[in-house]
Design a protein around this ligand. Structure first.
Ligand SMILES: Cc1cc2nc3c(=O)[nH]c(=O)nc-3n(C[C@H](O)[C@H](O)[C@H](O)COP(=O)(O)OP(=O)(O)OC[C@H]3O[C@@H](n4cnc5c(N)ncnc54)[C@H](O)[C@@H]3O)c2cc1C
Length: 438
């Protein structure tokens, strides 16, 4: 079936980033938009929706507030509409539960009929100045072709599983599937190994620690030399700013790679309070010097997993500083090995329209477009290598969406802050002046 409407924008994927774009473009009459997602409805990282976990970013990272604090689609308005604003006020925390953020996003979607689910994009071609987006309805299997002037790719990232991990062994899982398997993990007498030094690995470890039965044995292994916290000091948080995107974008490809490799603790790592909660919980278990029945080993690289079905798996590690190999047994292996961007296969027939850098990655323009004309195909969350780790941050999503919307409209519809940091990242302005001693 052909849909004859010509859209100005089709957004593919309705995660938080494209949802923000849908919300911010909604009040602009000249933009005819459509947003498509293959899932049956919005459900934010359901396999990790552990009780009591909160967002790592302040609630103002909702779909709209940082672009338009007066929008009726703000989190504060959601709380008002659902009778929770006073409770939120009394709770006095910027960091809302992830469950509440999920409900909020679902509430936003209810008000945006341009968001369609159960619709998978399978192919895109380009004809006569328009992109033809072929979709399959995941339930009816009906095929529809939509026409649009521009695409916004918001297909997110996928669980990263190292290539040496055996495939199709049900005892090995990524943290993104944790809650689907939790009950099984907590059956009597299981040995569970968790790999990873990030927030997801820590959340899973802590949840198992609190819920395990007396016979569960837990092991937590991480490659870095310590379980380090995500950095939240305020001058470092200034790296999550429009100024920093501008600064980072203008560095060379080589310089960008070097900068990103130094920024582990800013964007990776574990919430500081969670590290302390884990420690305090173990401290309690250890009262009277009782054995807390767990192993926590940093500096450990997992090299190989030996499957001895139906027996325990053998995990082969190296302690990197000691250069000592060692082995651990496990019934279950949980991989907190992060997420990676994979280019969607539906781009195959429009590859010639896409710019590439020397590594073959998207050569993303400053305005977040990746096409040769610089304003037809935009990316959300696929530009860490060009725009810095900020690309993954909910707090900067409204900035990026404002930038894209303004670019498409050719005017500043949403006011964009240029200089918010107290520090200067770029010293070019001083290089032109005579040296002043401070
Ligand atoms: C557990 C967890 C907690 C996080 N917490 C925070 C936080 O507190 N603060 C923060 O700043 N960041 C956080 N992040 C990082 C980031 O904000 C999230 O990963 C966020 O979900 C990214 O949004 P997205 O829109 O890029 O993609 P996603 O949420 O992954 O959504 C992508 C969507 O694209 C759809 N899709 C893919 N292919 C197709 C196709 N062919 N056709 C149609 N639809 C398609 C998928 O179905 C999916 O719904 C967290 C990440 C995780 C994993």
């Amino acid at each position: 079936m052909n849909n004859e409407t010509i859209y100005n924008i089709i957004g593919i994927g309705i995660g938080p980033f494209n949802l923000g774009l849908a919300a911010l473009s909604d009040p602009i009459p000249e933009l005819k938009t459509l947003f498509l997602d293959q899932r049956d409805g919005f459900d934010w990282h359901p396999g990790l929706m552990i009780d009591h976990v909160t967002l790592q970013t302040p609630f103002l990272c909702d779909c709209v507030s940082m672009a338009d604090p007066t929008s009726p689609l703000s989190l504060l308005n959601y709380l008002k509409e659902t009778g929770r604003l006073y409770k939120f006020f009394i709770r006095e925390s910027f960091f809302i539960p992830r469950k509440e953020y999920n409900r909020y996003c679902q509430w936003v979607i209810q008000q945006l009929p341009q968001c369609r689910f159960s619709t998978q994009v399978v192919d895109i071609t380009y004809e006569d100045g328009l992109y033809l987006v072929t979709t399959i309805h995941t339930k009816t299997k009906e095929t529809t072709v939509f026409k649009t002037e521009r695409l916004i790719l918001g297909t997110g990232t996928q669980p990263n599983i190292p290539s040496f991990i055996p495939k199709d062994d049900a005892r090995i899982m990524h943290t993104s599937h944790y809650l689907y398997r939790k009950e099984e993990l907590l059956t009597e007498g299981k040995k569970i190994a968790i790999i990873g030094s990030g927030q997801s690995a820590a959340e899973v470890f802590y949840d198992l620690l609190q819920n395990r039965n007396e016979t569960t044995e837990l092991g937590w292994y991480s490659r870095p030399d310590r379980f380090f916290p995500m950095e939240y000091s305020k001058l470092t948080l200034e790296l999550t700013s429009p100024d920093y995107v501008e600064y980072f974008y203008n560095r060379t490809e080589t310089a960008k790679k070097a900068i990103l490799s130094k920024q582990q603790s800013q964007f990776k790592g574990i919430n500081y309070d969670l590290i302390n909660d884990i420690y305090d919980f173990i401290y309690d278990l250890n009262i009277d010097n009782a054995d807390p029945r767990l192993r926590i080993i940093p500096n450990s690289q997992l090299n190989r997993v030996e499957i001895n079905d139906p027996y325990l798996m053998n995990l082969e590690f190296t302690q990197l500083e000691q250069e000592v190999p060692y082995e651990q047994e496990a019934d279950y292996l949980i991989l907190g090995t992060g997420y990676r961007y994979h280019e969607p296969s539906f781009l195959q027939n429009i590859q010639s329209r896409i710019k590439r850098d020397s590594s073959g990655l998207f050569d993303v323009n400053r305005n977040y477009s990746i096409d040769h004309n610089g304003g037809e195909i935009y990316v959300l969350h696929a530009e860490v290598h060009t725009h810095s780790y900020i690309s993954t941050d909910l707090g900067m999503a409204a900035y990026r969406n404002s930038y894209i919307i303004n670019d498409i409209l050719g005017r500043e519809h949403y006011k964009i802050e240029k200089k918010i940091a107290f520090q200067d990242f770029d010293v070019e302005q001083y290089a032109e002046l005579p040296t002043v001693k401070i």
